[in-house]
Design a protein around this ligand. Structure first.
Ligand code: CU
Length: 133
């Protein structure tokens, strides 16, 4: 006995949806709305236990990425962002890693305002200001 034509179409549509779901469920990458916009990444680098940028501007109200270039071989650094000054609430903490190496941090959306970024390993000499606008 043959299936009525509309039923056959539904079965075909369902099976292609399932096939698509099976193909796309594997990657564990978090989807981002602005995928591939690497040129928009904020650039911060560290050399000689100092940040090379005294201040950086970042976009307010949306997630953004920081390319952190640790240029100190064998020396661990990270970037921690505090609201206001360095004693303010921590709003982001990046992974600590040894140089020389570049890692990209994904930072959650920050409200417009002023922030301070520090290295948690060397908070004295490694400090900079960040403006979200
Ligand atoms: Cu450091």
């Amino acid at each position: 006995m043959r299936l009525p034509r509309p039923t056959l179409l539904v079965v075909l549509a369902l099976s292609s949806v399932l096939a698509l779901a099976a193909c796309t469920s594997a990657p564990a990458v978090t989807p981002t709305p602005s995928a591939g916009a690497t040129s928009d990444n904020v650039q911060i680098s560290a050399r000689g236990i100092r940040f090379e940028q005294a201040s950086v501007d970042v976009p307010a109200g949306k997630t953004f990425k920081i390319d952190f270039d640790n240029k100190d071989p064998g020396t661990p650094h990270d970037i921690v962002i505090h609201s206001g000054d360095a004693n303010g609430p921590e709003v982001f903490k990046g992974e600590v890693f040894n140089g020389a190496m570049v890692k990209t941090y994904e930072v959650p959306a920050l409200a417009a305002g002023t922030y301070t970024f520090v290295c948690s390993i060397h908070p004295g000499p490694m400090v900079g200001s960040m403006t979200a606008k």
